[in-house]
Design a binder for this molecule. Structure first.
Ligand SMILES: Cc1ncc(COP(=O)(O)O)c(C=O)c1O
Length: 407
């Protein structure tokens, strides 16, 4: 197959040998094959700096990793403490209940509206993505990901020896299923990775669009990463956040991954899960470690699910409101803020070459945001918390001195 990177534009106007559809030139134009070499993923976290500082957590705004921004409810910590202290710590010497344990499996099935046979609980959703890559990819295979996207997935793909096709959408803040379909038809990957809502652009892939792709390309596995599911837009038909979970129950080539690290404010405990057809889960099981979900994570996640309506739902709604207010505030200040409309984060465009400087300036105000310019040129990403006015002001102050044209 001709690599889009190597092919002159005229060569891209082809009819794929495997497909009768004419490939959309614009769609394949910006796809880039990952160059050979060791996969790189070098995230930086503000946590070490925050822990070293004398400031109380309330004085710091940690908005760099899209974590939840409030503590989990007291009942969650109480359940973890109770587990640690039960029988003078006697449970700690044993391995955890296997596969996340029955209590969490049941609670999660109810929460997701799926059967327990559709669930595989993992050590965070990163663990789920690693499992999918190791179970389904390898040398001679490839994955296609609309970019910019969650970079750690790309590392996992390359780590299996598979190829990676980065597929740049014309407008990264608009999901374009037609362009994507043309890119898939052209590149014929073994797997397509769709993050919905996408980190960092906030775009979403509707279930109907994913179904159409999964029907058209039955040999390709569509992994829909719903790490930010709870912060998705509302599906008018169900009144609930947009999701591909029902599709994943019925179609063997659609898989959904989710996590407790974001809306459930439990990133430190490491718990995620896969929703899929039982036959697809059977394919993954040989690569799955059933004791990978530690008992504290099981206890915490189970307790958290029981508090969804009372504690998390109001937090999620408040975050949606905070995002809208923050975007309006930044726009009114003339700051170039971008979002595809969902997720607990937004992107801010920064004058050429100044992303690191902006992050440093905000850090001086104890606000930590993420410089994502290495994968998304010219942008920083800001997690949405519940107190964003201070962030807007600090951002405005910093940007005003960096570029007169900006503000
Ligand atoms: C899109 C996406 N998927 C997965 C993850 C990893 O989440 P977890 O903490 O469940 O491993 C992240 C974390 O930022 C993410 O942004």
């Amino acid at each position: 197959m001709v690599s889009a990177q190597m092919a002159p534009r005229s060569q891209l106007a082809i009819v794929s040998a495997n497909d009768s559809d004419v490939v959309d030139l614009a769609a394949v134009r910006d796809a880039r094959r990952e160059p050979q070499g060791l996969p790189r993923y070098s995230p930086t976290t503000s946590l070490d700096k925050i822990l070293r500082s004398d400031l109380p957590p309330s004085a710091v705004q940690k908005l760099d990793w899209n974590e939840g921004t409030i503590a989990p409810p007291a009942s969650v910590s109480a359940a973890m403490v109770a587990h640690i202290q039960a029988n003078d710590g006697a449970f700690l010497k044993w391995y955890p209940q296997l596969s996340g344990g029955e209590a969490l499996q049941q609670e999660l099935a109810t929460y997701c509206g799926v059967g327990t046979e559709n669930l595989l609980i993992t050590n965070g959703s990163d663990d789920a993505l690693i499992l999918l890559c190791h179970g389904m990819l390898g040398a001679g295979k490839s994955a296609l990901a609309p970019t910019p996207t969650y970079e750690h997935f790309c590392v996992n793909v390359l780590g299996t020896g598979a190829g990676l096709v980065r597929f740049d959408l014309d407008d990264p803040f608009v999901a374009d299923p037609e362009a994507l379909a043309a890119g898939i038809a052209y590149h014929r990957p073994s797997m397509v990775y769709l993050v919905s809502p996408n980190n960092p652009t906030g775009i979403q892939w509707a279930a109907d669009e994913v179904r159409a792709l999964a029907v058209r390309f039955p040999d390709i596995t569509f992994v829909v990463d719903e790490a930010y599911h709870e912060f998705a837009g509302i599906d008018a038909r169900t009144g609930r956040p947009i999701t591909c979970a029902p599709l994943a129950m019925s179609m063997k080539n659609v898989v959904v991954t989710r996590t407790f690290s974001k809306a459930f404010c439990l990133a430190s405990v490491r718990c995620g899960y896969v929703i899929a057809h039982p036959a697809t889960l059977d394919e993954l099981r040989p690569f799955y470690n059933p004791k990978s979900v530690n008992q504290l994570a099981q206890v915490a996640a189970t307790a958290a699910l029981r508090e969804f309506a009372s504690y998390y739902q109001p937090y999620i709604e408040a975050t949606h409101e905070a995002r809208e207010a923050f975007v309006a505030d930044l726009e009114s200040r003339g700051i170039d803020v971008r979002t595809g409309g969902a997720g607990n984060f937004v992107c801010v465009r920064v004058p050429e070459g100044r992303t690191a400087e902006l992050c440093k300036r905000l850090e001086d105000d104890h606000i930590y945001v993420r410089d994502i310019s290495a994968r998304f040129h010219g942008y920083v990403r800001i997690t949405i918390g519940l107190e964003m006015e201070r962030v807007a002001e600090a951002l405005h102050r910093a940007l005003a001195t960096m570029s007169p044209a900006c503000c």
